[in-house]
Design a protein around this ligand. Sequence first.
Ligand code: MN
Length: 235
Amino acid sequence: MSDSESLVFAAPPATTVPVVGLAACFPVHRIYCVGRNYEDHAKEMGFTGREPPFFFMKPADAALVVNAGVTAPLPYPSLTQNFHYEIELVVAIGKGGRNIAAANVREHIYGYAVGLDMTRRDLQGDMKKQGRPWCIGKGFDLSAPIGPITPAAQAGDVENAEIFLQVNGQDRQRGNVSQLIWNIAETIEHLSAAWELQPGDLIYTGTPAGVGPVVVGDVMQGSVAGLTPIQLRVV
Ligand code: MN
């Protein structure tokens, strides 16, 4: 688009995520998600064994930024009776590429954040049964809460970080990023074979066991050791 080109209405604002320690924000390009990437979660969903990684997407504007130290309101979405949390480590891509080898992913990673892959589980289940796309179960408005992005150099050992989610102060999910079936490097290798990654892409890397429902009034606290935790209240 040239500067002189006019638009029939104002372009939507870019989705941006704050970066720890910087005034500048991270502009979101796409949101990719990995399915069933922790063995204990794959089992609780009725699957076993290591299958090739598979991916789905959420719209970029499904990201709901949760700032440090605040409790962000998360509206209970329409059409569902079974609104599930999935705590996930999010990888933020700073340099794009296609067919990125696992050995070379470091230079492509900008940083990491804590995210939630919120899911309308009943609708996802209906779509699975019918062999239909998951969009309505996974890609709805505000389905991708995310905390501030910590640049990779300051994020510590995320590959071995504890990851957990509490609801109303009670543990619901607790695992370690080291339990990923497909680790961060392998995930990026597979993902970049299917899509050309771009700066601004976010990758929700999967969730450990213990997924379950929340209702209006519940407070969720999500954390990955070394990153800024997030807190949301379902409203
Ligand atoms: Mn997930």
